[in-house]
Write a protein that binds this ligand. Structure first.
Ligand code: BGC
Length: 872
């Protein structure tokens, strides 16, 4: 029987039972669990206790909200006793329904604080003597410390970070499942640390704590630069705190008593790959009692002064396993046996090798996104990234091996070795392991058209492949940078597909760390110093667009509040540097990528849409968004000021770029789209501009001509201004350029160029030709909100109020979508049968929605299931 149940899905700062927070007021969220029609929360009570026992005895000694009236069930700021380092908090919540009945208490959830002051880190930064050079990497140092524990262990925590990458082991067991920790930040300013509950790994008796250190982003290759961008070698800072049976504490911290050695990982770089020589293994190196008499004493290093902060974003982990679609194909004509595998899907990650070799034999794994016509790997587009892993066997026993400190972007793998070894690998010899930031999948989309479904799959894989600690442009070539423009066009789609809130909270700090003195946001974040200060129009603007989107999708007011000053500084900067509100006037030599990679461009950055037009349109948009943000934050003076600024920019835009008859300078689809999409035109001009836009699309045989900047606006703008038919035509266009075109050429991810590869002409310009760039996947937002019909109400974020407006077209006979929102699961499904449109929806407890049916009717609904039908 349906009734009010205990709240579920309890989360603290978006995470389930996080360990190691340094937030003074973590935010608590839950889902109201009540499947009765119209169910709604009218009050809640949160209880926080210092132990699970206290909590179950009803003793809320840390925080007791008492019964609080209201329907807020997400983002409730902790406001109990001041939280201290290492504190463990156990919490529960219950809710009341409209009749005043209380739910049972939820299950117990928890969070645990990290180290809140730098002074609580008692250890030193340590590493090896080996620094390498800008070109020459060094073997991976293995660091260890043996120690005795005299009593039984009550609990143990490892507080750990590195400059570079670390992977820790205690007594031979890997600590946690995270990869590439502590993650990429501007290491000169901020280094994240992690906390692991290692109670199960530490034991009474002899123990050892070990760590391998990878170069990672800190001193490996980053972007197109040489090694050692931030520092010359990796370093570790760790402290293992053990609480013994009698309550006393024992701490093992990094210091000069640690030892190090080099071992089987003879080289590891994120772009070049990893080499493993099993003959150099040091069995038991992270076990207690291991003889490290021959190991060297570590070197200690002074602290750089960068802040140590708890990790905010999710860790990178291993997810899907991909198996070859067929037996490998043997390529001959080379001095090595070269077996080519197809994993069927382009992705980011690495290969697990399972094979028997011969003592001293080296197996080489090379990775590529595509094959050449002759069946060899296509590696030209990797530019400087070697993407090669090697394994050298110590004997003939079967091994299972996976690199640990590197990743590649690929679909095809070549496995090669000396043919004299006479080994025939099979389909089972390799398995692809997809790696990405741990973001729960929240969205699903499906419809009656197979190509559209493939597009959805390609978009999702584009996201998985590029949300690896930071949002990157691509995972394969020597680039993999957090390009701001790419991220801002894709973030609305990303927020449907996966829970990206914590991920973008972390990245916003990277943007802020990279903000210039003058106020500009960068080309990339983190900013390793390879590009200028100001990312320019549609790139730098990510600094405002991304937090606004996260606020819209997840109700994250704090993100807006914490970064308000930085966002304001950026808008002030645009105001100061613009010429009479025209941003990036060419006379001022401002940087702008323009409508990157648009169709009529003679080169990627020279598209027909005037750069000043893009700059000014985005300036207007940012001023408008900042005004909305100021409103959310209750800054009334700012709202007035920003509304006035927005008006001024709009006037300047019309004066400079729009003729009285409604032509937009440059006569490009992107120019028309920005003018309409950002509401820069008066009503009477909108009509003329729309006609010009549609006639341009028609003139091109119903094709788009847009690049990174214009593409996201195509379908939403055409739909909003009444040309849904044209939006569907573009979506389903099978000839170049268009989304389906890449699918017809065999794409399994989104491509950087509309024609990265064609059956007739082969590969595009290898200098910049990624097959895994998510930017054009921005159409995903429209697939969710217009085809499936699940949309936001700007005034009630986090889907507290939902807009359900499915708009069928393109010959589709059915579509369905779902979204696991902060409030719970939203489902929307329609089908057309015998001229009738049937629509079924379900919205979670404690939310409401407006349903817009295709015949123009609207209905207001409350929580629960509803069905509608109308004529189509
Ligand atoms: C990247 C892009 C990026 C661009 C800047 C390229 O190399 O791959 O995605 O936005 O540079 O225009």
């Amino acid at each position: 029987m349906s009734s009010l149940q205990s709240p579920k899905h309890l989360r603290c700062d978006y995470l389930i039972n996080p360990v190691g927070l340094d937030e003074a007021r973590p935010r608590l969220s839950w889902e109201v669990s009540d499947d009765r029609q119209g169910a709604k929360q009218t009050a809640y009570q949160i209880g926080v206790g210092s132990s699970a026992e206290k909590l179950s005895a009803g003793e809320f000694d840390v925080w007791n909200t008492g019964k609080v009236s209201g329907d807020q069930s997400i983002q409730i700021e902790y406001a109990g006793k001041a939280l201290t380092s290492r504190q463990r908090c156990f919490w529960q919540v219950r809710t009341w329904d409209a009749e005043g009945n209380a739910s049972p208490w939820s299950e117990v959830a928890r969070w645990e604080m990290g180290l809140l002051a730098r002074g609580e880190w008692t250890g030193q930064w340590i590493g090896s003597h080996l620094a390498g050079t800008k070109e020459q990497p060094m073997p991976v140092p293995y660091l260890r410390k043996g120690f005795a524990v005299k009593q039984k262990v009550q609990s143990a925590r490892l507080y750990v970070t590195a400059l570079g990458l670390y992977e820790c082991e205690i007594n031979g067991e890997r600590v946690g499942e995270d990869c590439f920790r502590p993650g990429w930040t501007d290491y000169n300013k901020r280094v994240q640390y992690q906390v692991y509950d290692v109670t199960a790994l530490v034991k009474q008796g002899e123990n050892a704590l070990g760590a391998m250190l990878g170069d990672g982003w800190y001193c490996g290759r980053v972007g197109w630069a040489a090694r050692q961008r931030y520092g010359d070698r990796p370093k570790l800072l760790a402290q293992l705190e053990i609480t013994l049976a009698d309550g006393s504490k024992q701490t093992i911290a990094t210091d000069e008593t640690w030892k190090y050695n080099v071992g089987p990982i003879t080289e590891s770089d994120m772009q070049w790959g990893e080499s493993y020589d099993a003959r150099r293994e040091m069995p038991g190196w992270s076990n207690g009692g291991f003889d490290d008499g021959q190991w060297l004493a570590v070197v200690s290093f002074a602290d750089s002064g960068a802040k140590l902060v708890a990790r905010v974003g999710p860790a990178v982990k291993a997810f899907e396993e991909l198996h070859p679609v067929a037996e490998p194909v043997l390529k001959t004509g080379w001095e090595k046996a070269d077996w080519i595998y197809d994993l069927g899907q382009n992705f980011a990650g690495r290969v697990r090798l399972k094979m028997k070799g011969k003592a001293g034999m080296t197996a080489t794994l090379r990775h590529a996104e595509m094959l050449q016509a002759n069946g060899d790997l296509y590696i030209e587009n990797l530019r400087g990234a070697k993407a090669t892993d090697t394994y050298t066997f110590k004997d003939a026993a079967e091994v299972i091996w996976e690199p640990r400190l590197t990743f590649h972007g690929f679909r095809y793998v070549s496995l090669s070795f000396d043919p004299k070894c006479d080994i025939k690998p099979t389909r089972d010899t390799i398995t692809g392991i997809a790696l990405y930031s741990d973001m729960p999948e929240t969205g699903s989309f499906e419809c009656s058209d197979a190509m559209t479904n493939q597009l959805q799959s390609n978009i999702k894989w584009g996201q998985k492949s590029n949300f690896l600690d930071i949002p990157t442009d691509c995972p394969q070539r020597n680039e993999r940078l957090g390009w701001t423009g790419d991220a801002q066009v894709f973030i609305p789609t990303a927020s449907f597909n996966m829970d990206v809130a914590a991920f973008f909270n972390k990245w916003q700090q990277d943007l802020a760390d990279g903000q210039s003195e003058a106020g500009a946001f960068g080309h990339v974040a983190p900013n390793p110093g390879l590009t200028g200060d100001d990312g320019g129009p549609a790139w730098a603007d990510a600094g405002i667009i991304c937090p606004w989107t996260i606020y819209q999708s997840f109700g994250d007011t704090r993100l807006l509040a914490e970064h308000y000053d930085s966002m304001k500084k950026f808008v002030d900067y645009m105001e100061k540097t613009g010429r009479g509100c025209i941003r990036c006037d060419q006379r001022d030599k401002y940087h702008c990528y323009g409508d990157w990679l648009a169709i009529d461009a003679p080169n990627p950055g020279a598209a027909p849409t005037p750069k000043e037009l893009i700059g000014t349109a985005y300036f207007a948009h940012c001023a408008e968004l900042l005004g909305k943000i100021a409103k959310v934050l209750g800054k009334a003076d700012e709202v007035t000021r920003l509304e006035a600024l927005h008006g001024k920019i709009k006037t300047a835009f019309n004066r400079e770029f729009v003729t009285p008859a409604g032509r937009v300078l440059g006569n490009s689809q992107t120019g028309y789209l920005l003018a309409l999409g950002f509401d820069l035109l008066d009503a009477e001009k909108q009509k003329a501009v729309l006609e010009l836009l549609v006639s341009d699309i028609e003139r091109r045989g119903w094709h788009l001509s847009t690049g990174f900047v214009g593409t996201p606006f195509l379908a939403p703008v055409l739909t909003r201004f009444g040309r849904l038919d044209v939006a569907y035509k573009l979506l389903m266009q099978e000839t170049y350029p268009g989304w389906f075109y890449s699918i017809k050429q065999g794409a399994t991810t989104m491509w950087e160029r509309w024609n990265s590869y064609t059956h007739e002409k082969g590969f595009g310009d290898a200098g910049m030709n990624s097959f895994n760039h998510y930017a054009y996947g921005a159409i995903g937002q429209w697939m969710y909100d217009t085809i499936a019909g699940i949309g936001l109400d700007e005034t009630a974020p986090a889907y507290k109020r939902i807009v359900l407006r499915p708009q069928p077209g393109g010959g589709l006979t059915w579509a369905k979508g779902s979204l696991m929102s902060m409030h719970g699961l939203i489902e929307s499904a329609w089908k057309i049968d015998g001229g009738k449109f049937g629509y079924a929806v379900k919205i979670p407890a404690n939310t409401t929605a407006t349903v817009h049916l295709p015949d123009g009717q609207t209905k207001e609904i409350t929580a629960g299931k509803h069905e509608f039908s109308c004529a189509v």
